[in-house]
Design a protein around this ligand. Structure first.
Ligand SMILES: C[S@@+](CC[C@H](N)C(=O)[O-])C[C@H]1O[C@@H](n2cnc3c(N)ncnc32)[C@H](O)[C@@H]1O
Length: 304
């Protein structure tokens, strides 16, 4: 027994020393509080991907408190750029709405279920014909309410896709959409930002709109001071900061409008991208850093 106790003690001491060593070695690199000066070894990024996967798959009490999956339509109305509700409310029964990173799919449930008295959403879910809606999530978070509504509606009017990321679907499988939304979904979580945006834009009809947001970034309005670090940090080939909207505005065949919310707790850019012609091409970014979280910390560099 004594030898078990002493080996536990030895192990604990060794573990403590290792932890201290990790702190001493990693802190000057800025890990935890910010980004290292040099790109991390791929192995570390792989470890972060594994941690991120655990967040996606978490259920019940294991879901981290910051990983919110049940925002309703009124939350979407308050978070997405102005004009979202009106555009959604104008869609007809032949139109299609894709919500990427839909979580429980509550926004679509509200749209179909008729949101009660929430003023900001009355234009989003006007009475009458509704667009077909597709919810996409890596993990399946369908609720009983979702299952019941899906059964009660004819003709596949709402669909829930899960089991893979946006990049796992072909364009033929998904078809085209008049509106694509993303509220703390793929845009905030992907490790391939330029590929993600290009795929989204290819799924839009001409004149269709992608509504999204991203927090703790270099804001177009300039008044950002994210503490202690930019959660989504874009840099050019020389390592200088690039604003997410300046980068998006270099995309061909789109019109980008940004609304900077510098006074929100987490300074946030609201982004509206309208597709105006079909030959969409997004300037490439490569991933330099990824730190698992809700949303993750990411650093990307523009290809020269
Ligand atoms: C924090 S939840 C947000 C859920 C919902 N939009 C809300 O606000 O309640 C993140 C969602 O994004 C999804 N997600 C992240 N990256 C994705 C990707 N590349 N493709 C599809 N879904 C993605 C996750 O699976 C999850 O459903």
């Amino acid at each position: 027994m004594a030898s078990v106790k002493s080996s536990v003690k030895v192990w604990k001491t060794a573990a403590t020393r290792l932890a201290v060593l990790i702190v001493i070695v990693l802190q000057p690199l800025g890990l935890g509080a910010g980004w290292p000066q040099e790109p991390a070894a791929p192995l570390r990024i792989d470890e972060e991907f594994v941690k991120q996967e655990k967040i996606y798959r978490s259920q019940g009490g294991d879901v981290p408190s910051g990983y919110v999956t049940n925002r309703g339509l009124s939350d979407y109305a308050g978070l997405l750029p102005s004009g979202f509700c009106d555009t959604l409310g104008r869609l007809g029964s032949l139109d299609r709405w894709l919500d990427i990173g839909a979580g429980d799919g509550q926004a679509i449930l509200d749209y179909y279920g008729g949101v009660d008295d929430a003023a900001p959403t009355e234009n989003c879910a006007r009475l009458g014909a509704k667009a077909r809606a597709v919810a996409m999530s890596i993990e399946d978070r369908r609720t009983d309410k979702w299952q019941q509504l899906a059964v009660s509606l004819d003709d596949d009017r709402i669909r829930y896709l899960s089991g893979k990321r946006l990049r796992g679907y072909s364009r033929e499988e998904l078809g085209k959409f008049q509106i694509i939304t993303d509220v703390y979904g793929g845009f905030s979580y992907t490790e391939d930002l330029s590929g993600f945006v290009e795929r989204v834009l290819r799924l839009l009809e001409i004149d269709g709109v992608f509504y999204t947001l991203v927090q703790n970034v270099h804001l177009e309005g300039g008044k950002d001071n994210p503490k202690p670090w930019y959660q989504t940090d874009l840099v050019d080939a020389g390592g200088r900061g690039v604003k997410v909207c300046s980068w998006l505005k270099k995309t061909t065949c789109v019109k980008v409008v940004c609304e900077s919310k510098s006074d929100w707790d987490s300074p946030t850019e609201l982004i509206n991208i309208r597709k105006v012609c079909s030959d969409v091409s997004v300037p490439r970014m490569k991933l330099l850093q990824y730190q698992a979280g809700n949303p993750p910390g990411r650093r990307f560099q523009l290809d020269p």
